[in-house]
Each structure stands twice: as structure tokens, then as C-alpha cells.
Design a protein around this ligand. Structure first.
Ligand code: CTP
Ligand code: MG
Length: 213
């Protein structure tokens, strides 16, 4: 690589550094400490892990009998479509619960008491809610006449967040309010599209997903 190209990369990286430092300073001026920002970011990932995993696992191991058994709704279109199967639903939920159990064991073993405390109830609700949110989204997608696998930008990304968080809010509100803060919620909203798109692009290149969204 030429010296000019190297210099240009270093310049761009240092510009990015300056931007991140400025952003952190602005947040600090708003009386939010860096520690709180980093902890909230980690907490967002920690809370959402049992909800983020079921979708890619369903894409990896799903297939077979569709949840709507191939039936149509009253509008003549499929209830959910062939992209929602019993196997995907069950394996996905079990995977979400599985990663949740690993989280519970890890925080017990390493004493990570600063992170939100996952419980058997919270991980089950998050994993189930994520795939039920996905199922609900497909129901409305079919009503709008969108075929299986077509893009529905915001809904395709936030279906799992809405499903997972609604589920804990309704069935374990004490856990929800003990662990969710506005900053964690904002980080979940920021992280979800980034992780969703990233994982789907990887899945597409590994030929696990038919489309990169
Ligand atoms: N999948 C599954 N069962 C589920 C969810 C997903 O088997 N409950 C599998 C299907 O093979 C699906 C793939 O994971 O095609 C990707 O999931 P997703 O993008 O949610 O489904 P789409 O095929 O895009 O269908 P839709 O348009 O209804 O979202
Ligand atoms: Mg899809």
C-alpha cells in the first residue's frame, strides 16, 4: 500500500476517533457518564441475546411443516406462509433459552452483578416473544400482499424487539421495570438493525438465507 493510501486511512480513522470522542463528551455534558453508557450498551446486548439468537437459528434449522399448515386466511392469502415452520419456531425458542441458561450460569460463575439478571422466566419470554413477534409480522405482511422473503424494512428488524419486550412487559413486568432503562432501550433500537442486517448478510453469503435482509 502506498504511503499516501496509508496516510489517508490513518487520517480517516483519526477523524472517526475525534467524532466518537466528541459524541462521548456531548453525552457526558448531559450528565451521562462513560461508564453508564458502556454498561447500558452491554446490558442491551445481554438482555436481548435470548431474543436475537432464535431468528438466525430458525433460518439455519427451520423447514418442514408450516405453522399455518398451508392454509389460507379469509382474504385468500396464506396465514403466515412457508417461511414460518414448527421446526424453526421450536428450535429457535430452544436456542434462545439455551443461550439464556449459559448467561445465567456465566453471571453466577463470574459474579457479573452489574449486568441485568436474566431469569428462567425472562429468557423464556424473550426467546418466545422474539419468534411470536416474527410470526405476527408475517401475518400482517401476508395481509399486505407481500410474498414470503420480500423486504419490509422496519417491521422485519423490529418485529423481534416488539415481540420480546412486549412479552416480558405483559408477563413479567417486575423484571422489565427492574432491568430496562431509557438508555438501554435506545441502545436496543440502535443495535438491532445493525446486528440484524449484519447477521442476515452473513447468512446470505453462507447460503443459509435466500435474501440478505
Ligand atoms: N424460519 C422457520 N420458522 C420460523 C421462522 C423462520 O422455519 N418460525 C426459517 C424459514 O426457512 C425462513 C427463514 O427462517 O425462510 C428466514 O426467516 P424470515 O426471514 O423470518 O422468513 P421469510 O422467509 O423472510 O418469511 P416472511 O416474509 O414471512 O418474513
Ligand atoms: Mg425475512
Amino acid at each position: 500500500m502506498s504511503t499516501v493510501a496509508q496516510f489517508s486511512i490513518i487520517f480517516r480513522l483519526s477523524n472517526l476517533n475525534v467524532c466518537i470522542c466528541c459524541l462521548l463528551q456531548v453525552l457526558e455534558c448531559c450528565f451521562i457518564s462513560i461508564d453508564l453508557i458502556i454498561l447500558s450498551l452491554l446490558s442491551a446486548v445481554w438482555i436481548m441475546l435470548p431474543a436475537y439468537l432464535p431468528n438466525p437459528i430458525a433460518a439455519l434449522f427451520g423447514g418442514g411443516t408450516p405453522v399455518d399448515l398451508g392454509r389460507n386466511f379469509s382474504d385468500g392469502k396464506r396465514v403466515f406462509g412457508d417461511g414460518k415452520t414448527f421446526r424453526g419456531l421450536i428450535v429457535g425458542i430452544l436456542a434462545g433459552i439455551g443461550i439464556g441458561i449459559v448467561q445465567i450460569l456465566a453471571s453466577g460463575a463470574f459474579g457479573w452483578e452489574n449486568l441485568p439478571e436474566q431469569t428462567y422466566m425472562s429468557i423464556t419470554l424473550l426467546a418466545t416473544g422474539a419468534l411470536l413477534g416474527d410470526l405476527c409480522k408475517s401475518f400482517f405482511k401476508r395481509r399486505l400482499g407481500k410474498e414470503r422473503g420480500t423486504k419490509w424494512p422496519v417491521a422485519d428488524m423490529y418485529d423481534l424487539v416488539a415481540g420480546a419486550l412486549l412479552m416480558v412487559l405483559v408477563f413479567d413486568s417486575a423484571w422489565f421495570f427492574a432491568n430496562m432503562t431509557l438508555l438501554i432501550f435506545i441502545f436496543i433500537l440502535i443495535l438491532t438493525p445493525i446486528l440484524h442486517r449484519g447477521i442476515n448478510i452473513i447468512g446470505y453469503h453462507l447460503k443459509i438465507k435466500e435474501v440478505p435482509w
